[in-house]
Design a binder for this molecule. Structure first.
Ligand SMILES: [Cu+2]
Length: 481
């Protein structure tokens, strides 16, 4: 038991308070049993005292910031830096983030903890960290030039907090453009008395947007229109699904530190909104829905019983946020089979040259690519025309014979479907068992909640375990049972 607990604490970066005593084994036991529908109803209707700890939060594609102990103080080392980050296959950006990740790794603490964050600035300019929603001393509020002197390049500042709140909080640079380059992260305060009902799975999803042109790796932080909509730093289909077992009670915490508001929609389930950026909502005030609007600088916690098996979509419902790189679909090349990748966006859209020098210029093929930011030969290793369907899906009959005579054709004909499929490029254990070609239909701020019956759940978890990824965001689940 003590070995296991030590191991879990190391892997999860959790304090002893979170993994208290014998309930850990009870938890593994509960998860080892299939639930029939009667049990599901019972589970929903009766307030289960549940285990005496909170499930650690899983931040897919990001993970946690580890800590060390200095006496009774939890010490985190947060490093602001610039690095390359893949939003998906074939699209890399120069991100400004923390410890090699944008969003930065999640900090998880317990109510009652004393916390120290040693912050190092490895950016080429000064910065300052704000701790969003913290009711703490103003000298640690991170307002540059007001509550503290900015942290100069190469400089360090030490923040200290007494955690008396609970809920979904976040940290971010208080320099606005740095925030838009990726400088934000989650700060979870677990409650001293665990929330009821107990959630078996608890996820954090950051909602972000970037404007990055084809052939470019540098996000335009002043742009107001975005072509890359990401969850935890990945655009669909490169997002990692949320893996849950049929019958699990699930919490998802959405955090929005971007420029747009995002109505997040879950298929197949009705959830309750149970928390905001101000902490948990009393149960009497929870409200039901299947879509929750997550405004800028807000957090929204939702909870539901995953009692409906299937691979359910979870996505922002703004149509343009359900796509990746948008570019021209007009011009003669869309009318032919076997489209080339196209020229770069400027050329393909006739902005700089072409005859005529308008987006409809016929000299060049359209630069296609809501798929994965394609639209440039320089951005991608393969063409994305119907001939490059990677053997997945079937284009036969996908376009009507008289399609070209129909006003406004094409809409999604070359944007969603087999030519955008890249199952192999985004293969990972969490995608095991999805139908072939699935990736051609998943783009932008979009992922799955995979509600898996016990046998399928075990098969996916086994593959995740076998992959032995270092710093696996799912470590807290993989170390169970
Ligand atoms: Cu959105």
């Amino acid at each position: 038991m003590s070995d296991r607990r030590t191991f879990l604490q190391r892997v999860l970066g959790m304090g002893a308070g979170l993994l208290a005593g014998p309930s850990l084994l009870a938890q593994a036991g509960n998860n080892g049993l299939p639930l029939d529908s009667a049990q599901l109803i019972k589970r929903d209707a009766i307030v289960d005292p549940g285990p005496a700890f909170s499930a650690p939060v899983i931040t897919t594609d990001v993970g946690d910031l580890p800590f060390t102990m200095d006496g009774l103080t939890k010490v985190f080392h947060l490093i602001a830096e610039v690095f390359q980050q893949k939003l998906g296959p074939d699209k890399t950006i120069a991100a400004w983030g923390f410890n090699g990740s944008a969003p930065g790794p999640t900090i998880q603490v317990n109510q009652g903890d004393h916390v120290r964050v040693i912050f190092d600035n490895r950016l080429p300019e000064q910065t300052s960290m704000h701790w969003h929603g913290f009711e703490d001393k103003i000298r640690y509020d991170g307002m540059p030039g007001i509550s503290q002197q900015p942290v100069k390049p190469g400089g360090r500042f030490i923040y200290e907090f007494d955690i008396h709140q609970e809920g979904t909080y976040f940290y971010h640079s208080h320099m606005a453009m740095q925030e838009m380059a990726g400088m934000l992260g989650g700060f979870i305060m677990h409650p001293k008395v665990p929330y009821r009902p107990h959630c078996d799975k608890d996820f954090l999803l950051h909602l972000q947007e970037y404007a990055v042109l084809p052939n470019n790796t540098v996000p335009n932080t002043m742009n107001m229109e975005y072509n890359w909509l990401v969850l935890n730093g990945k655009a669909g289909p490169a997002t990692t699904p949320l893996i849950v077992r049929l019958g699990d009670r699930v919490r998802i915490r959405f955090v929005n530190l971007g420029m747009d508001h995002h109505p997040m929609h879950l298929h197949g389930h009705t959830f309750y909104v149970t928390g905001t950026e101000g902490g948990s909502i009393p149960e009497s005030a929870w409200w039901p829905g299947n879509t929750v609007l997550v405004g800028v600088a807000q957090a929204r916690n939702i909870e539901f019983v995953a009692n409906n098996p299937g691979d359910w979509m979870l996505h922002c419902h703004l149509p343009h946020h359900m796509m990746n790189q948008m570019s021209s679909t007009v011009g003669k090349m869309t009318r032919n089979a076997g489209m080339p990748a196209g020229e770069d966006m400027n050329t393909g859209m006739g902005m700089l040259s072409g005859t005529p020098t308008v987006p409809m210029g016929e000299d060049y093929g359209p630069s296609l690519g809501r798929g994965m930011g394609f639209g440039s030969n320089a951005d991608m290793a393969m063409t994305n025309g119907p001939t490059a369907a990677q053997g997945m899906g079937d284009m036969h009959g996908a376009i009507a014979k008289d399609a070209n005579a129909v006003p406004n054709f094409p809409q999604d004909a070359y944007m969603e479907g087999p030519m955008m499929a890249m199952d192999e490029k985004v293969a990972k254990p969490e995608n095991y068992g999805l139908p072939a070609g699935w990736s051609g239909y998943m783009q932008g701020m979009m992922t799955f909640v995979r509600v898996l019956p016990p046998a399928q759940y075990d098969a996916v978890i086994a593959r995740m375990r076998q992959s032995k990824r270092s710093g696996d965001p799912y470590a807290s689940i993989l170390s169970q049972g």
